[in-house]
Design a protein around this ligand. Structure first.
Ligand SMILES: Cc1cc2nc3c(=O)[nH]c(=O)nc-3n(C[C@H](O)[C@H](O)[C@H](O)COP(=O)(O)O)c2cc1C
Length: 189
């Protein structure tokens, strides 16, 4: 039987295309439960909410979990073997690092961690080496939290930006399931 993976998207809309491609590959070996933050469901020039929901349903066969209420049973029901948050914004990183639970995604994190099971973060934030750096540091040092290896995607023009390499998502998930961090965490572009 396939392992179950929560796949939670937060509001890095420019990353959705790559994240969905990585999710399609992941779905070959994991049973997927999609989860979305309210910001992820906002229409932008990159993605319309309807299109995102349709793609997630198409890949997983499930409606995305989009409320705190619907994410809460992940804990008591031990629904997921692994929770993947991808893309993970600077905003969500800050909340995860400080125990703030006010979206379906942060609720899923809290509910899932209580089961002593792994979480994998695929980060995408323009302030990864700025305001988010302390939160990334804190989460690197948090039990059961792992990262999809990341790099500075555009050091010339976006000096503080960090982005996970989503071609490594499935490999990083397989490692995280074994409670191991895929190495090296920091990659070159
Ligand atoms: C078009 C668009 C693209 C965005 N891209 C990013 C991004 O790549 N990384 C990021 O940290 N925030 C990005 N944001 C800002 C987040 O959507 C915003 O901080 C939001 O509050 C995140 O909420 P969430 O973390 O609950 O999804 C973007 C916003 C918009 C409108």
């Amino acid at each position: 039987m396939k392992k179950t993976a929560g796949f939670a998207l937060t509001g890095s809309h420019c990353t959705f295309k790559k994240a969905l491609a990585a999710l399609e590959k992941l779905a070959e070996s994991y049973d997927i439960f999609p989860i979305v933050s309210p910001a992820a469901l906002t229409d932008t020039r990159f993605f319309k909410s309807e299109e995102l929901v349709a793609r997630l349903e198409g890949i997983s066969g499930r409606k995305p979990i989009s409320s705190i209420r619907d994410a809460e049973p992940i804990g008591p029901g031990k629904l997921l073997d692994i929770l993947i948050i991808c893309p993970c914004t600077g905003n969500t990183l800050a909340k995860l690092a400080h125990g703030i639970t006010d979206t379906a995604v942060t609720m899923a994190f809290k509910a899932h961690l209580r089961n002593d099971r792994p979480v994998l973060l695929g980060i995408s934030t323009n302030d990864g080496l700025g305001a988010s750096a302390q939160n990334i540091g804190r989460l690197l040092n948090t039990k059961n939290v792992f990262f999809v290896p990341f790099c500075q995607d555009d050091p010339e023009n976006k000096r503080f930006s960090l982005v996970s390499d989503l071609s490594l998502l499935t490999e990083a998930a397989d490692c995280a399931l074994r409670k191991t961090q895929l190495q090296p965490v920091i990659r070159s572009k």
